[in-house]
Design a protein around this ligand. Sequence first.
Ligand code: SAM
Length: 314
Amino acid sequence: MSSPAGHLPVLLESISELLGPPSGGTVLDLTAGRGGHAEALARAAGAGGRIMLCDLDAGNLAFAEARVRGVAGAEVRSMHGSFANADRAMLAAGWAADRVLADLGFASTQMDDPSRGFSFQNDGALDMRLDLSRGETAADLLARMSESALADAIFQLGEDPFARRIARTIVERRSRAPFRTTHELAIAVSAAYGPKARESRMHPATRTFMALRIMVNDELGALRSLLEAFRATASKFPSTTWLNPKARLGVISFHSLEDRLVKHAFVEWETAGLGQRVTRKPVEASDAELRANPRARSAKLRVFEFASEIGAVR
Ligand SMILES: C[S@@+](CC[C@H](N)C(=O)[O-])C[C@H]1O[C@@H](n2cnc3c(N)ncnc32)[C@H](O)[C@@H]1O
């Protein structure tokens, strides 16, 4: 099933149920994307509600802002940049969040746009930056990383068992000409797989592309900074400034390394008396959702509710 916004929000029912704000409440959507989740949360907040949207992708952010402004009586503001800095936008607005959502990774519109370089399905420049206004592209990384660093990244972030062979092939190939396009990289990775490419369930380049995307956008570093910012703020309850006591944070992750970071942070916060896990096990997509949106396959939602003050859980 497609969506006029170009992206179907995953686990929408669970998000509405577990992260629906109180009437007139304040929502911080850290990954606004195409605004699907934000629209539902804004409707729940209603007139008098406040919605802060954040995204690295200026195009997505503008789309989400227009979408959310169009449907809800809520006040909408936005911040272009990494969610690791969203606290500054909340402080500048003088807002404190009741509900916070991070729906990690990329939107379908980004993956489907050949000029963004996220996919090997269509040929395009090897870019992969979520924020087109700054940072190194995938082509830059492929040109400068050592063979061993590439192998480690493709193994750890992409979990590709042929990581060493792929890194060797990349380094050998780039000594002749730099990688410029997604097809050039996909062909090199397929060559590294050799006859094994035919046995592979997915395209041989899938995992290498995922590893590069995670590196280009420092996705794990950004998530770590985000979780640290929440911990530091919640440790000051009840005298916090941008997060309300009893606020809820929901994180949807699509990669086991991300999910592990979230799971461990929530357990540690609970042990430290900062609040309680709302979800003990991650919420996953139903069969019906998977049929409509195969992208939801790896989505895992975890939700944490902060206490009103440290140690005062419920
Ligand atoms: C899965 S999409 C979000 C989709 C959105 N929930 C919706 O309903 O349309 C993820 C979005 O997060 C953005 N993003 C990824 N990492 C980010 C970060 N560190 N800071 C801000 N935005 C980020 C991407 O640019 C993308 O637009």
